[in-house]
Design a protein. Structure first.
Length: 234
């Protein structure tokens, strides 16, 4: 039997260790380094995409803020044409004191629909609507699916530039629309509500916007008061 060092297989094993050290380990190191570098570059690319997205989002938010600061904001309101002094006496829109008969006839319930532009640039008014609802006892909110009593829907092509209010509906007496249920409204068995919208555009967008208003008759104050949750400046 020949000694082990005479077998060629053993020499392959013995000579293989230096070859593995000089060739195999550097190759493994290079492969590992390449994988790490690839991962680092990929992570950098992902970070760059994220930062780009954040920058784009920040730019968009900044643009929206600038537009909101400069755009038109239309406010609609029901403006009372009478006032009440500290003694509870009513005065009409002409400044004259209302008589007892005129007060009982609800002359103090005269209102006009006014709009004003609270923004810095002109608004193009397109149309508006006024309606009223009489809510039954126990109901304290408007039903979005209910059909209101529409007083009118009107086209109104007008450019509104400044903050001075304009009257877009002739003066009306609110009680006249609620006459059939007036006694029950005064007794808090029903609730009278006037509501509607104004449609307009501003110069920074082709979209149409709605400014909504809503007022409820308050028997204790003998006047219409604004309902904030249904008032929206579009």
């Amino acid at each position: 039997m020949e000694p082990w060092y005479a077998e060629p297989e053993w020499w392959l094993v013995i000579l293989g260790f230096p070859m593995l050290f000089f060739i195999g380990f550097p190759a493994l190191f290079f492969i590992g380094w390449q994988a790490w570098e690839t991962r680092r570059v990929s992570q950098s690319a992902r970070d760059a995409v994220i930062e780009t997205g954040k920058s784009a989002e920040a730019a968009l938010l900044n643009a929206k803020a600038v537009i909101n600061a400069e755009r038109a904001w239309v406010v609609a309101e029901l403006h009372p044409l009478s006032r009440r002094d500290e003694d509870g006496q009513w005065f009409g829109y002409d400044g004259k004191r209302l008589t007892t008969e005129e007060t009982l006839a609800a002359r103090h319930m005269a209102y006009s629909l006014r709009i004003r532009n609270m923004g810095r640039t002109p608004a193009q008014i397109l149309s508006y609507q006024m309606a009223y609802s009489c809510l039954p006892e126990g109901v304290t909110d408007l039903d979005p699916n209910a059909t209101p009593n529409i007083i009118g829907t009107y086209e109104f092509n007008h450019f509104l530039a400044d903050r001075d209010p304009i009257e877009i509906l002739p003066p009306f007496n609110a009680r006249n629309y609620l006459m059939d249920a007036w006694d029950e409204i005064e007794q808090l068995k029903k609730t009278g509500v006037f509501h509607g919208w104004v449609k307009y555009r501003h110069m920074f967008s082709p979209e149409e916007f709605l400014s909504k208003y809503c007022y409820v008759y308050t028997p204790s104050l003998k006047k219409l008061t604004m309902v904030g949750r249904h008032t929206k400046y579009g």
